[in-house]
Structure formats: structure tokens, C-alpha cells
Design a protein around this ligand. Structure first.
Ligand code: 13P
Length: 269
């Protein structure tokens, strides 16, 4: 039995006043939530604000990125100990918006892909053990581009990303990992992946996991769906056998819609 997760990825939204207001409204409504892990992932500047707003509730705090070193000359980066000191329990790793296209040798900056910050399978694979070694639960994102889907490469792309992300980890470590299937073409576009198709791809991811770490761990790992999740489609997604929750952008920025998603996830299993 896998406990569902509903995680809000606020991306680069909310100053501290807005973050307080949003987190406090969610805490007010769903602070005593049961049957579902709720995670708020505000921008790093608002982590401690949100922590204060969700104090003494069942809601958890997550960061949107981590660097693998603990400290040093890494301008702009945040380490595991720093995130822990802000009260984080979760961290998103390898979100498609952080994976890299910008400045790569063979491709110009392509804003429509929303992939700009240079993460690769290799950097994701270094960030993952860094998160685990500090006791942070990693939410590792994988997903295909529209062009890859159109060329029939979806399964190959996502299983390749999963295998690369987990390389070198023990099965006992993978037990703590949360995965998120986020087809890039469905992120922020309003175009949700059909629930049955999302379920199918997540099944492929679970089968990949089983090959890498064995079926027992694969059955325990939570795999979320992300990409235009909203109150109108959440039930159809959550009723799928392989989908263990959502990683939500836009609809997590309004307390009312995010609380509806939480309710659907908590009621689903
Ligand atoms: P949207 O829900 O806005 O499509 O964003 C999904 C996402 O990228 C969550 O990490």
C-alpha cells in the first residue's frame, strides 16, 4: 500500500507575503490531512516563511533543487545541510525546467522547451545521493519531450532517465526515492496526458525500477504524475492503479484548487 502524495511545485512564484498567505490558507484548510502526504515546494527565498505557516500541521516542506556539495565556492547553489536548516524534508531533483538545453553545443536556447538550467542525467545522479545522505526525500522527475513522444521514444526515454538517475544506489536507498513522471509537453500547457496513458508510462517506470532494484522495492516506490493536473482531471488520474499522486505547478498556486487536489488524493486509495 503506497501512501499518496500531493506536492505543489510553486516554481519561481510567490514573494514572502504571497507565500505566507498561500501556505497559511492551505494549512488552515488541510493542516490536519490524513491519508495523503502533502508537500509544499516554494522558492528557496520563501522556505522559512512557509515552514512557519505550516508549523504543527501534517504538511511537509520541499525545495526545488539541491547541489551535491555541502558548502564552498558554488555561487547561487544550495546544499543539503542548508535545506535541512530551513526545515525541508523533500527536494525536487531533475525537474524538466532544470534539465539542460541552454548553451549546449548542438542546440540554441529554446524557451519553448522550458529547459534552461543545465541539469543532465549525470547531475541528477549526483544530486540524488546528496539528498538521501542528508535524509531528504528526493522527488526525481523524468519525462519525454513532445518530439520524443512523436517519434515513439517515450518508454525508452523515461526508462533511460530512471536508470541513469539511480545508477550506483543501493535498493535500500531507492526505497526512499519518489519519482515523478512529467511529460514535458504537458507541463504548463493545459494539455494533460490521458490518465490511462500516464498510468501506462508509470507502469513502464515501475517495471524499469523492478529491473534495477527488484520487484519488492519497485512496488513500494511512489510514482507521481505531473503536467497540467487540476481539480477537473485529478480524480481520473488518482484512480489509476500506478499513479500515486501529483506534482503540481499552476493549480498549486491557488489554495482552493490545491486543497481540492489534496482531497482527491487522500480519498483515492
Ligand atoms: P503544471 O501543473 O503547471 O503543468 O506544472 C507541472 C510541473 O511542472 C510540476 O512540477
Amino acid at each position: 500500500m503506497r501512501t499518496p502524495i500531493m506536492a505543489g511545485n510553486w516554481k519561481m512564484n510567490c514573494d514572502n507575503d504571497e507565500a505566507w498567505e498561500l501556505a497559511a490558507a492551505i494549512a488552515d484548510e488541510k493542516g490536519d490531512v490524513e491519508g495523503c502526504e502533502v508537500v509544499l515546494c516554494p522558492p528557496a527565498t520563501a522556505l522559512t516563511t512557509v515552514l512557519a505557516a505550516i508549523e504543527d500541521t501534517n504538511i511537509g516542506l520541499g525545495a526545488q533543487n539541491i547541489f551535491w556539495e555541502e558548502s564552498g565556492a558554488y555561487t547561487g547553489e544550495l546544499s543539503g545541510p542548508m535545506l535541512l536548516s530551513c526545515g525541508c524534508q523533500y527536494v525536487i531533483i531533475g525537474h524538466s525546467e532544470r534539465r539542460g538545453r541552454f548553451g549546449s553545443a548542438d542546440e540554441d536556447f529554446t524557451p519553448e522547451l522550458q529547459q534552461v538550467f543545465g541539469d543532465t542525467d549525470a547531475s541528477v545522479n549526483r544530486k540524488l545521493p546528496a539528498a538521501l545522505s542528508h535524509g531528504l526525500l528526493p522527488i526525481v522527475c523524468v519525462g519525454e519531450l513532445l518530439s520524443e513522444r512523436q517519434e515513439g521514444q517515450t518508454d525508452e526515454v523515461v526508462s533511460g532517465q530512471v536508470t541513469a538517475a539511480l545508477t550506483g544506489l543501493e535498493a535500500s536507498e531507492v526505497d526512499w526515492v519518489i519519482l515523478a513522471y512529467e511529460p514535458v509537453w504537458a507541463i504548463g500547457t493545459g494539455e494533460v496526458c490521458e490518465a490511462e496513458e500516464a498510468n501506462r508510462v508509470i507502469g513502464v517506470i515501475r517495471a524499469t525500477l523492478a529491473e534495477v532494484v527488484g520487484g519488492e522495492v519497485a512496488e513500494r516506490v511512489r510514482i507521481l504524475y505531473g503536467g497540467s493536473v487540476n481539480p477537473a482531471n485529478v480524480e481520473g488520474l488518482m484512480e489509476q492503479s500506478e499513479i500515486d499522486g501529483g506534482l503540481v505547478g499552476g493549480a498549486s498556486l491557488q489554495a482552493e484548487s490545491f486543497c481540492e487536489l489534496i482531497a482527491a488524493a487522500a480519498a483515492s486509495k
